[in-house]
Design a protein around this ligand. Structure first.
Ligand code: IMP
Ligand code: MG
Length: 178
C-alpha cells in the first residue's frame, strides 16, 4: 500500500471553497447560472460549492474521458455523457460556469470549453479548485482558481488514482510517487 501524505487539509479546502463561493456569488447573483461539473472528479467540489453559493442556479454534469488507467493523459478526449440542459432555452441564453477539479495539461477543459463556446452561451467561465500549471499543453483561461499545486499526482476530495481515494476529505499525495 502506498503511504498518503496530506498536501492540503480539509479545513483549508473548506475555507477556499467559501472564498470562491463569495466571488462567484458576487458575479452571478442575478444571472441564474448553469454550473456544469466535469465528472467524476468535480462532484465533491461541486456539492460543497453550490451549498455555499446560496443563489438560484441550475446544475448539470458532463462525463469526459481523457485519462485511461494510470496518471498520464491520453490526449484524446471524448464526451461519454453529454450536457442535457439547453444552453439556449425558453429562459434565454444561459450563463455557463464550468466546474473542474483540476486543470493539468488543460486538454480536457480546452476541448469542453471549445464545445460549449460553439453553442453560444450568454457567458462562459471556468472555475477549478486545483491548478497544476507546470504541465500545461494548451492555453486555458481560468476565471476562478482555488489552489496551485506542484507537479505531483494528487488524490482525495473527489480526485482518484484508478478510482481509488476519491472519498478522502483532504488533498493528498502518494509518498512513493515523489
Ligand atoms: P488534463 O486534460 O490533463 O488537464 O486533465 C484533466 C483531468 O485529469 C482532470 O479533470 C482530472 O480528472 C485528471 N487529473 C489531472 N491531474 C490529476 C491529479 O493529479 N490527480 C487526479 N486526477 C488528475
Ligand atoms: Mg476531472
Amino acid at each position: 500500500m502506498s503511504k498518503l501524505r496530506i498536501l492540503i487539509p480539509k479545513e483549508e479546502i473548506e475555507r477556499k471553497v467559501a472564498e470562491l463561493a463569495d466571488e462567484i456569488r458576487r458575479d452571478y447573483q442575478d444571472k441564474h447560472p448553469l454550473l456544469i461539473g466535469i465528472l467524476k472528479g468535480s462532484f465533491v467540489f461541486m456539492s460543497d460549492l453550490i451549498r455555499k453559493l446560496n443563489i438560484p442556479l441550475e446544475i448539470d454534469f458532463v462525463r469526459l474521458a481523457s485519462y485511461g488507467a494510470g496518471t498520464e493523459t491520453s490526449g484524446t478526449i471524448k464526451q461519454v455523457h453529454g450536457v442535457k440542459t439547453p444552453i439556449k432555452g425558453r429562459l434565454g441564453d444561459r450563463h455557463v460556469l464550468v466546474i473542474e477539479d483540476i486543470v493539468d495539461t488543460g486538454l480536457t477543459v480546452r476541448f469542453f470549453l471549445d464545445y460549449l463556446g460553439r453553442r453560444k452561451p450568454a457567458s462562459l467561465k471556468l472555475c477549478t479548485l486545483f491548478d497544476k500549471p507546470s504541465r500545461r499543453m494548451t492555453e486555458v483561461p481560468i476565471d476562478y482558481v482555488g489552489f496551485t499545486v506542484p507537479d505531483t499526482f494528487v488524490v482525495g476530495y473527489g480526485l482518484d488514482l484508478n478510482e481509488e481515494f476519491r472519498h478522502l476529505p483532504d488533498l493528498c499525495v502518494l509518498e512513493d510517487q515523489e
